[in-house]
Design a protein around this ligand. Structure first.
Ligand code: ZN
Ligand code: FE
Length: 257
C-alpha cells in the first residue's frame, strides 16, 4: 500500500497473475478501481475497508481487465476509451488522449498508449504520482503487440517515459520474473538490472508483488524503454539502427523467448 497526502493505493491480485488497483481518498470517501479482472477479490478489499466504488477506470477491452465490471459497477461511474466503446462495458464517460478527468479528487490525465491493443489508454494522476499502464509499459517489459505496430508501441513507451521519474508504474500483470530473464539475456552487464533482478527474486520468494515499480528504475533497466539509447543500441549490436528498429527487434526476440 502506498500513501500520499491525499490518496492511498492498494494493489489487488486477481486471477492468476493480474493486478487491479484501488485508489481511495479518505477526505472525500471516494474510491476508484483501475481495471476489473474479476469481482470477488476486489469486492473483498472494498468490504474489508468499508469502501464503495465511485469510479471504475478501464485501460483496454481484454477480458482479464473488464470481466468484473458488471458485478462491481453498481452506482460507480465507468470510464474508458472512446475508441473502444463498441467492445467495452457500457461507459458513463468516454475519454481520449489528452483528456483530463477528476477521479477521487485527483486530476487524472488520459494517455493513448496503443500497441498491445489499438485504443489502450493509461491514466496518470500527477499529484499522487501514479500511472496506471496495464499492458502497455510493464515492470521490465511491455505488452505483446496484438493489434498495434512496434512503431505505435514505441511511441507509447516514449510518452510514458516522459512522465516524472518518481512516477509509480502500476502495470497489469506479474510477469516480472520472466521479463527479467529476457532483459538479462540482452543486457547482462547492466548493473542496475542485475541488482533489480536480485530484488525481484527476493520479493517473489516472499510472495510479494513486484508491481508497482518506479519509472526511474524502468528507465535504467527495461529494454523496451531503452531502444534509443546509444549504450543499449550497441549492446544489441544495432549502433546505427533507428530506435523503432531496435524496439522492433527487442519485441520480436521477446515473442520467441
Ligand atoms: Zn491485455
Ligand atoms: Fe492483460
Amino acid at each position: 500500500m502506498t500513501k500520499t497526502a491525499a490518496v492511498e493505493m492498494v494493489v489487488v491480485p486477481c486471477l492468476r497473475d493480474n493486478y487491479a488497483f484501488l485508489v481511495h481518498n479518505r477526505a472525500t470517501q471516494q474510491t476508484a478501481l483501475i481495471d476489473a479482472p474479476e469481482a470477488a477479490p476486489i469486492q473483498a478489499v472494498l468490504d474489508g475497508r468499508g469502501w464503495t466504488l465511485s469510479d471504475i477506470l478501464i485501460t483496454h477491452h481484454h477480458d482479464d481487465h473488464i470481466d468484473g465490471v458488471g458485478a462491481l459497477r453498481k452506482g460507480a461511474r465507468v470510464i474508458g476509451a472512446k475508441a473502444d466503446v463498441h467492445r467495452l462495458p457500457d461507459l458513463d464517460l468516454a475519454v481520449q488522449d489528452g483528456d483530463e478527468v477528476t477521479v477521487c479528487g485527483q486530476t487524472t490525465h488520459v494517455l493513448d498508449v496503443s500497441g498491445h491493443t489499438v485504443g489502450h489508454i493509461a491514466f496518470h494522476m500527477p499529484d499522487a504520482g501514479f500511472a496506471f499502464t496495464a499492458d502497455s509499459l510493464m515492470a521490465l517489459g511491455c505488452g505483446r503487440l496484438f493489434e498495434g505496430t512496434p512503431a505505435q508501441m514505441w511511441e507509447s513507451m516514449q510518452k510514458l517515459r516522459a512522465l516524472p521519474d518518481d512516477t509509480l508504474i502500476c502495470s497489469g500483470h506479474e510477469y516480472t520474473e520472466s521479463n527479467a530473464r529476457f532483459a538479462a539475456s540482452l543486457d547482462p552487464d547492466n548493473r542496475d538490472l542485475i541488482s533489480r533482478i536480485k530484488g525481484i527474486a527476493a520479493a517473489r520468494a516472499a510472495g510479494q508483488a513486484t508491481v508497482p515499480s518506479t519509472l526511474t528504475l524502468e528507465k535504467r533497466t527495461n529494454p523496451f524503454l531503452r531502444a534509443d539509447l546509444p549504450e543499449f543500441k550497441s549492446v544489441m549490436g544495432m549502433a546505427d539502427a533507428s530506435a523503432v528498429d531496435v524496439f522492433t527487434k527487442v519485441r520480436a526476440l521477446k515473442d520467441r523467448f
